[in-house]
Ligand binder design. Structure first.
Ligand code: NDP
Length: 508
């Protein structure tokens, strides 16, 4: 073999003699069982696919850095945020939510914005979306909600009845539905959209004082969206357009960037605030909590291998570092469990050893051992129990998340202010959107909702009507519904409305 050629080996390093002809008895002849190379090649191929993510299956990712631009040490002790000018390596994965791994990037869907900071105190993940709110506020509803966004169990088709039935029976979704059906539901590329933590988190400083915070990553490329018609064309023309755009922009060295703005609330403000600041269906109005610019995120390096670095990337909102902790947001509490759990199913119990998921700036040292695919030295002969008197790692009590008061009854408790579910959707429709935004919103909804049963159309229009009467009326008119009936339904309680629109109603 000449020196310029590289030897083909099997998975155990031995040279392979032939990679074109199977070993046969005679010519052509049956294949011999002793063709170990063929058996190994086929059996590895048979196992190439891992379970796709149950949500956010289609995605694209890139590396970059986060740079601090303002002093936030009075709010958080996190070391990666401790100095103006300090840079931390990051990996960001964008995604759609409901579609399968091969689905189109231009689908109407929220976009995932999952960010991993490789800090010197461990990996910190901010697993956000391109919307500041979410459809529901209780994690018990999450699997049901996702089922309605996926395929009908009988037809295996996306199903407008399932989609709108659930949303119209879950009116707290109307704020997120309004954002999703505006043109922000079809961002032009991953570079031209914002990223939000959506949840509230806790920041705490060296003195144990804490603050409630929300993250807003604002695109420096500017917001750009597809209209419904442009998105439809792009889905057929290039189902991978956003994946391609990100990779090619970085290859051209046009590095996309986002400005990090924080909203910060004191515990005293939270106690007195006019609505629950931990409710994921609501934003904190900018006038009450003006965003403060604190940093800049830049993506400047493409992954070298999609499977290794993007498909196997695993994020969790439970990956905190000292100075950052959870809030009582119920949806967040559910996610704190669910992300690690799904990664153990998808990638195995030692998924934290996969290089894209492993800390880069600090060494892991603990008492967790063994399990499938333990690919490191498994801590050799170090003690595997705590406490021990053999020099094993010790906890650091001073990094503890400061305690806060909770009180009340332990029970399954309904949300007590259902009428404020409509206020922010109404404000978005009336005060923030332009005439063109409203026109596109109504058109986008009518086109989709028209495919659901009439009774579901009525119920959903009543929900829009509660957000803003003009909003409900325009969608109802677009669907040729009786506006009078929609207003009647809007004035009913949620339970009465569900009863009035049960199966068999509004069949004319
Ligand atoms: P502001 O006028 O201060 O902020 C309005 C915000 O709405 C801007 O951040 C703008 O984002 C964003 N926006 C504009 N068009 C759309 C759209 N079609 N979909 C989603 N967001 C859009 O008002 P308030 O803070 O009082 O909030 C009023 C409403 O604005 C809220 O009810 C909420 O629906 C929406 N909003 C509020 C946010 C917040 O954190 N307060 C964040 C995002 C939306 P941009 O600057 O990127 O153009």
């Amino acid at each position: 073999m000449s020196e310029s050629k590289k030897a083909l080996t099997n998975n155990f390093g031995a040279p392979v003699d032939n990679d074109l002809n199977s070993l046969t008895a005679g010519n052509p002849g049956p294949v011999l069982m002793q063709d170990i190379h063929l058996l190994e090649k086929l059996s590895h191929f048979d196992r190439e696919r891992i379970p796709e993510r149950v949500v956010h299956a289609k995605g694209a990712g890139a590396y970059g850095f986060f740079e601090v631009t303002a002093d936030v040490t009075k709010y958080t002790r996190a070391k990666f945020l401790s100095q103006v000018g300090k840079r931390t390596e990051v990996f960001l994965r964008f995604s759609t939510v409901g579609g399968e791994k091969g689905s189109a990037d231009a689908e109407r869907d929220p976009r995932g914005f999952a960010l991993k900071f490789y800090t010197e105190e461990g990996n910190y993940d901010m697993v956000g979306n391109n919307t500041p709110v979410f459809f529901i506020r209780d994690p018990l509803k999450f699997p049901d909600f996702i089922h309605t966004q996926k395929r009908n169990p009988a037809t295996n088709l996306k199903d407008p009845d399932m989609f709108w039935d659930f949303l119209s029976l879950t009116p707290e979704s109307v704020h997120q539905v309004t954002i999703l059906f505006s043109d922000r539901g079809t961002p032009r590329t991953y570079r031209h959209m914002n990223g939000f933590s959506s949840h509230t988190f806790k920041w705490y400083n060296e003195n144990g004082e804490y603050f409630w915070v929300k993250y807003h990553f604002k695109t420096e490329q500017g917001i750009q969206n597809f209209t419904r018609q442009e998105a439809e064309i792009m889905k057929g023309k290039d189902p991978d357009h956003a994946t391609r755009d990100l990779f090619e922009a970085i290859r051209r060295r046009e590095f996309p960037a986002w400005r990090l703005e924080m909203q910060i609330m004191t515990p005293e403000q939270a106690e007195k605030y006019r609505f629950d600041p931990f409710d994921l269906t609501k934003v904190w109005p900018h006038a009450d909590f003006p965003p403060i610019v604190i940093g800049r995120l830049v993506l400047n390096r493409n992954p070298e291998n999609y499977f290794a670095e993007v498909e196997q990337a695993a994020f969790s909102p439970a990956n905190f570092v000292p100075g950052i902790a959870a809030s009582p947001d119920k949806m967040l509490q559910g996610r704190l469990f669910s992300y690690h759990d799904t990664h153990r199913h998808r990638l195995g119990p030692n998924y934290h050893l996969i290089p894209v998921n492993a800390p880069k700036a600090v060494k892991v040292d603990n008492y967790e051992r063994d399990g499938f695919m333990r690919t490191d030295g498994n801590f050799g002969g170090a003690p595997n129990y705590y406490p021990n008197s053999f020099g094993g790692p010790e906890p650091t009590p001073e990094v503890a998340d400061p305690p806060f008061e909770v009180s009340g009854r332990a029970a399954r408790q309904k949300y007590i202010h259902p009428n404020d579910d409509f206020v922010q959707a109404g404000a978005l429709y009336k005060k923030v959107m332009t005439d063109t935004d409203r026109e596109h919103l109504v058109g986008n909804i009518v086109e989709h909702l028209a495919k659901a049963q009439k009774r579901i159309q009525y119920r959903q229009c009543a929900v829009f009507c509660k957000a803003d009467p003009d909003y409900g009326r325009r969608v109802a008119e677009g669907l040729n519904l009786s506006v009078k009936d929609v207003v009647l339904l809007a004035n009913m309680s949620q339970e009465d409305r569900a009863q009035a629109t049960k199966q068999g109603s509004y069949t004319k």
